[in-house]
Ligand binder design. Structure first.
Ligand SMILES: Nc1ncnc2c1ncn2[C@@H]1O[C@H](COP(=O)(O)OP(=O)(O)OP(=O)(O)O)[C@@H](O)[C@H]1O
Ligand SMILES: [Mg+2]
Length: 263
């Protein structure tokens, strides 16, 4: 589904064949259809930069990103718009994707409008389906983001990301701003949606406890490089890289199961 092969990227342009500010270096990572891969690492290590490279927003200085075997950075015009449909993002702050003036129903109908999918009636049906999919009460359909809880806002952002049936969902710290019990319900929702819709998911977080609840595989990033990757159970119980051990030691509650049961 997603193949990131030998990707390097930075900011500030390039001088003498090198990035002025190199941020990620030689990253290779794959996400299969229906798989959740966790990307974990400390603040500033380059996680969001990698997400921007995958969505096509930021051009890598080396390497390639392929989604469903198509090279993302070779696309232009109509093909690029089609790609944007297949890859959707959910951010830490749902207000980045939700306009304060739009109601929930308007926010969910907008991607369908933009991509000219269906007519007013079929869009309205689809919006109701999406709200049901993420467990939003039909009553909140006419509310605006300011009238929703943080958890509800994030459900709307997830529903909006799923409106176009993407093959790949990139979640950048989507539960970091939520309190622990709401975190667990949103994570359970994502797991459930992945099972039903079979999208691939790159889930970015600095919290290994979150990864251990959710991800099939995990990649550990440090200073822009992947230092270790493997099945989540292996990496969290038998970490090979000293940095992974440090991260594990710094994760106060690996008992996320307890969090999940408490809601
Ligand atoms: N637009 C930009 N211009 C210049 N440097 C940037 C830009 N965006 C990010 N950086 C730098 O790139 C590095 C990686 O940033 P990035 O946002 O990818 O980190 P991150 O792992 O997502 O961190 P966090 O966990 O805090 O979100 C940081 O040193 C940051 O200061
Ligand atoms: Mg980030």
């Amino acid at each position: 589904m997603l193949e990131i092969v030998g990707v390097s990227a930075g900011y500030g342009g390039r001088e003498r064949g090198r990035d002025v500010t190199a941020v990620i270096e030689d990253v290779t990572l794959r996400v299969a259809a229906g798989e959740i891969v966790g990307l974990v690492g400390e603040s500033g290590c380059g996680k969001t930069t990698l997400a921007r490279v995958v969505t096509g927003l930021h051009r890598p200085s080396a390497g390639a990103v392929r989604v469903a075997e198509v090279d993302v950075h070779a696309l232009r015009g109509r093909a690029l718009r089609a790609h944007r449909r297949q890859v959707q993002m959910v951010f830490q702050d749902p207000c980045l994707t939700l306009s304060p003036r739009q109601t929930v129903r308007q926010a969910l109908a907008e991607p369908l409008h933009i991509h000219r999918i269906g007519d007013t009636r079929s869009r309205s049906t689809r919006v109701s389906e999406l709200m049901d999919l993420v467990g939003l009460d039909p009553q909140v359909g006419d509310r605006r983001p300011g009238q929703l809880s943080g958890g509800q806002q994030q459900r709307v952002a997830i529903a909006r990301a799923l409106a176009l049936e993407p093959r790949l969902l990139i979640c950048d710290e989507p539960v970091t701003a939520l309190d622990v019990s709401v975190q667990a319900t949103v994570l359970n929702l994502l797991c459930d949606l992945r099972d039903r819709l079979e999208f691939g998911c790159l889930f970015i977080t600095h919290d290994l406890a979150v990864i251990s609840q959710l991800a099939d595989r995990v990649a550990v990033m440090r200073h822009g490089r992947i230092v270790e990757q493997g099945p989540t159970g292996d990496v969290t119980t038998r970490p090979r890289h000293p940095y992974t051990r440090t991260l594990l030691a710094a994760t106060p509650t690996m008992d996320i199961e307890t969090k999940a049961r408490s809601v």
